[in-house]
Design a protein around this ligand. Structure first.
Ligand code: NAG
Ligand code: NAG
Ligand code: NAG
Ligand code: NAG
Ligand code: NAG
Ligand code: NAG
Ligand code: NAG
Ligand code: NAG
Length: 833
């Protein structure tokens, strides 16, 4: 309370008598006619007897010469405004030295320094026999009449907040502020409509309400009961408690308030009264709607902009909308992320051919966001559709801004669907729990300069030298050429036999300058080998795989992977990566035999695996034996450990899943598709941009913008290990309680019911020791925190039985855990040396 006085007032106070002090306090809580306050920055205010609330002028943040006439909590350090003067629905902002005065007619009147009236309290009655005004301990400022009753109450003119003992009736409403600390009228309202309370957005241009995005209760009155309960009076006159749900409020220990936030969430907060309570701040007790991003989509409010504005993505974080802009978009207003996003690249008519196709479509690329969807603004749908078809269709169509892909492996009937969307996009959502779609954003490549077709591509030093030699040779006379060539050949043959062979290799393929024993193929050779890319073996994140035969009909089969458009950006990167892959040699990795890098074609040639993928094997009809499965798991762990720690350049796979594990004729597991992820990761930020990964197997840090480390593979391996143990997929939508394998497995492990996981598998049930070991390893691998996950080397040793496996903690993040899982977080390294 002392802090409210200016230094001069403090000095005075020190020297005057106790009775004077009392008089001052009294004058502060009881305002008589003629009493006034000035907006002079000294914080003088009319306080309630307890000192909890004050009415006065608050300087507006960032504009210290402007003031707001407001009521706030005077006893807590955070400025928390519960009411402010509104004139025609806009805050009555006053310049320095404005004055508010209680007039003889029973009005509070706010005037600027030039005596112009800015705001005046209305009258609830015709009675103007004013007695006094007072700031009450409830937070209500009242102007009392000499007769009984009040001429005016701030509680009857609520802004965005209601307090205990305040009620809202059918003629009252709450209106949100525009942004944190900006008290302009915001875009949300809480009001009554046809017998229920509704939350709605308003059109910011006309201030007209849109349809409601949430409604609750019935009846005619919202009551914030004096003890801190939010209740309503239902249509038959009973009082129904809305919140808090499971606790009894303690008004003697906490302040309570309920505020309609600038983000559209109606929230009940509490704040400890005791100043000595550590960590004092407003805590959320209850809020509605539960998921504001979803509540717009699920209601008739979907025709508005959604909680984050157009072209944005809404993610609920602790009940509040976290608004972000998709790739290629940025906020309309950096300071207010809830308004919406605009496209960075503005498309023009020149981007479209007369037939509606994109001009120079290779100026564009796709950035994908997993678990994201824009449920509206469709203009086209392809079904069935593969990811490649979806990308192609959107790329070539000049109207298409984003394509939403439903992954075939996740849809009930096994066919993928592709929705094409145009701008503006509305109600975009990101949610790992209920969205199994991927949004593919078509954005201009970072260097989207239009390349003239004949410009030579940049080439490295070696090739320049080779071209130089060749042109010199061809530029001279034929006879001289011949003798010169012969002479050189002879010298080379005699002295540098091996190098000559190498040089010939360069000559015949003109591109084989990799220092590995990889063979460089021409596109034509591979076209012949695959019989015109006839027999498709499978499709993956990076492209389609075809069966081929190198020297016709000798049974020398290969798998030829034709890489999709996405990797065409950098010629150098492609070569670097091929080189890195070419240098890997491990029993549990699929071997790269060669590649083709010719014009726009990028192909990789791998050894052929007769037994297909682990996915067919695990989820097929015949369950592979327990022993075999253990061998496979151990093999994969070794292969990954090699990629992470032993080969010359560390390789993070980024897409470990059963589809990418192939089995050779002896059922040895071989990891495929490694080394390709790098071509898709933004090398600067090492983050999500354009990243692949498959739902169910991706580590949580993909979504936190954390750098990608080898621990993402450990996570995916853990998920896959559970699949190997249980012979089921990591997500089975039909099984509701057991739908998510990681959760179900941890539940079973935690409750000591491991056998449930291998119900019909006698071999596994008879090997409980090993089953428990595998389960523990898997749970360590899927820990939410990457640092807790063991390295693949350790995993491999554990699977071999070389080290003991300690009991793992709950793998899920603390905030999403129910009480039963809250054992101490321990680090793996503290348990295993
Ligand atoms: C305020 O004034 C009224 C009337 O003069 C009186 O009844 C009331 O007790 C006073 N309140 C306080 C807190 O002094
Ligand atoms: C106030 O007075 C007017 C006429 O003077 C009357 O119509 C109105 O009903 C009165 N309102 C109240 C609340 O007494
Ligand atoms: C609400 O306003 C209407 C019309 O102004 C009036 O008839 C009704 O009595 C008011 N209701 C309450 C609860 O004040
Ligand atoms: C509040 O927002 C409005 C509209 O964007 C803006 O004009 C005003 O300057 C803002 N006020 C403050 C204090 O930032
Ligand atoms: C508040 O609600 C509780 C429970 O419904 C009730 O017992 C109590 O009387 C109410 N208090 C007030 C001041 O209305
Ligand atoms: C109002 O609430 C009471 C008590 O819960 C209930 O018995 C009654 O059916 C409710 N009335 C309506 C119209 O829902
Ligand atoms: C909101 O999302 C962004 C981008 O994903 C993230 O960086 C930020 O931490 C999120 N905010 C909260 C409060 O979670
Ligand atoms: C993009 O172009 C600029 C200038 O033309 C160049 O400096 C930069 O290296 C290019 N970036 C990439 C990734 O090619």
């Amino acid at each position: 309370m002392i802090s409210a006085f200016s230094p001069t007032q403090l000095l005075l106070l020190i020297f005057i008598t106790i009775s004077w002090i009392f008089a001052t306090v009294e004058a502060q809580s009881n305002v008589s006619v003629g009493g006034f306050l000035s907006a002079d920055g000294t914080n003088t205010a009319w306080r309630s007897p307890s000192g909890d609330f004050a009415l006065g002028f608050i300087a507006i943040q960032g504009q210290e010469h402007l003031f707001l006439l407001a009521i706030w909590y005077a006893s807590i350090p955070e400025t928390t405004i519960v009411w402010y003067a509104n004139y025609r629905e806009t805050p009555a902002v006053a310049a320095r030295n404005s004055k508010v005065e209680l007039t003889g007619t029973g009005h509070l009147v706010l005037k600027d320094p030039g005596n112009k009236e800015l705001w005046r309290s209305q009258s609830l009655t015709n009675d103007s026999q004013v007695s006094h005004a007072a700031m009450l301990d409830t937070g209500n400022f009242v102007i009392s009449s000499q007769n009984s009753g009040n001429i005016w109450e701030s509680f009857k003119y609520p802004t965005d907040t209601i307090l205990p003992s305040q009620e809202l009736d059918v003629n009252q409403s709450l209106s949100s502020v525009l942004a944190e600390a900006n008290y302009s009228k915001g875009k949300y309202q809480l009001r009554f409509n046809q017998g229920s309370f509704i939350l709605n957005q308003i059109d910011m241009f006309t201030k007209k309400p849109y349809n409601n995005y949430y409604s609750f209760g019935d009846g005619s009155r919202l009551i914030f009961n004096g003890t801190g309960r939010i209740q309503y009076l239902n249509s038959s006159g009973s009082i129904i408690n809305l919140a808090p749900i499971n606790t009894v409020p303690k008004p003697e220990s906490y302040y309570y308030r309920a505020t309609l936030g600038f983000d559209g969430v109606f929230t009940l907060y509490s704040y400890p009264r005791n100043p000595s309570a550590g960590g004092r701040s407003w805590s959320v007790l209850w809020f509605k709607p539960d998921d504001i991003c979803l509540s717009f989509v699920d209601s008739t409010a979907r025709l508005g902009t959604g909680p984050c504005g157009y072209n944005s993505i809404c993610e609920p974080v602790n009940g509040r909308p976290n608004c972000t802009c998709p790739p290629g978009f940025s906020f309309l207003d950096e300071k207010n992320t809830h308004i919406g996003c605009k496209q960075d690249y503005t498309s023009s008519a020149e981007d479209c051919n007369p037939d509606g196709s994109t001009v120079e479509e290779d100026r564009f690329e796709f950035r994908s966001i997993l678990f994201a969807d824009f449920p509206f603004s469709d203009y086209g749908i392809l079904q069935p559709a593969t990811e490649l078809e979806c990308r192609q269709s959107c790329l070539l169509d000049c109207t298409c801004a984003v394509a939403i892909l439903q992954d075939p492996s996740l849809s009930p009937d096994g066919t993928g669907t592709c929705w094409k969307k145009k701008l503006p996009l509305s109600n975009g959502r990101f949610n790992r729990v209920d969205i199994d779609r991927t949004a593919l954003f078509k954005v201009p490549k970072t260097n989207a300069s239009r390349r003239s077709p004949d410009t030579p591509k940049p080439s490295d030093g070696n090739r320049n030298a080779a071209i130089l030699i060749l042109s010199v040779l061809l530029g001279t006379s034929a006879i001289f050429n011949f003798s010169f060539l012969a002479a050189i050949a002879l010298i080379f043959f005699c002295l540098y036999r091996r190098r000559l062979q190498h040089l010939e290799g360069v000559h015949s393929h003109s591109r084989g300058d990799l220092e590995t024993n990889l063979r460089s193929f021409t596109y034509k050779e591979l076209e012949q080998a695959t019989n015109g890319f006839k027999e498709e073996l499978g499709r993956g994140a990076f492209g389609t795989v075809y069966k081929g035969e190198l020297s016709p009909s000798n049974g020398n089969y290969v798998a030829v992977k034709k890489l999709g458009k996405v990797v065409q950006e950098g010629e150098r990167e492609f070569k670097t990566e091929v080189k890195v892959i070419g240098h890997t040699h491990h029993k549990n990795l699929v071997r790269l035999l060669g590649y083709c890098d010719e014009e726009q074609h990028r192909l990789l040639v791998y050894e052929f695996m007769g037994n297909g993928s682990l996915s067919n094997f695990l989820f097929g009809v015949l369950r592979p034996s327990w022993q075999k499965r253990l061998q496979i798991a151990s093999g994969i762990a070794k292969g990954l450990a090699y990629l992470h720690e032993e080969c010359s350049t560390q390789i993070i796979h980024c897409d470990i899943k059963p589809q990418n594990i192939l089995l050779d004729d002896c059922l040895t597991a071989k990891i495929s598709d490694f080394g390709l992820a790098k071509l898709l990761i933004n090398s600067k930020t090492q983050t999500l941009t354009g990243v692949r990964g498959t739902k169910g197997y991706v580590a949580p840090e993909w979504f936190r913008n954390s750098p990608v480390t080898v621990k993402v593979d450990v996570y995916s391996f853990g998920v896959m290990l559970l699949e190997i143990i249980c012979c089921r997929k990591c997500v089975e939508v039909e099984m509701d309680e057991e739908a998510i394998l990681t959760e179900w497995a941890f539940d079973c492990y935690n409750e000591g019911m491991m056998e449930k996981l291998v119900e019909n598998d006698e071999e596994a049930r008879n090997d409980v020791g090993r089953l428990e070991m595998l389960l523990k390893v898997a749970i360590w691998c899927v820990q939410y925190e990457p640092v807790l996950r063991p390295s693949m080397r350790t995993v491999s040793m554990m699977l071999e039985g070389a080290v003991q496996v300690p009991s793992p903690p709950c793998p899920f993040p603390l905030h999403s855990m129910s009480m039963k899982y809250q054992n101490d977080r321990v680090s793996f390294s503290s348990l295993v040396p």
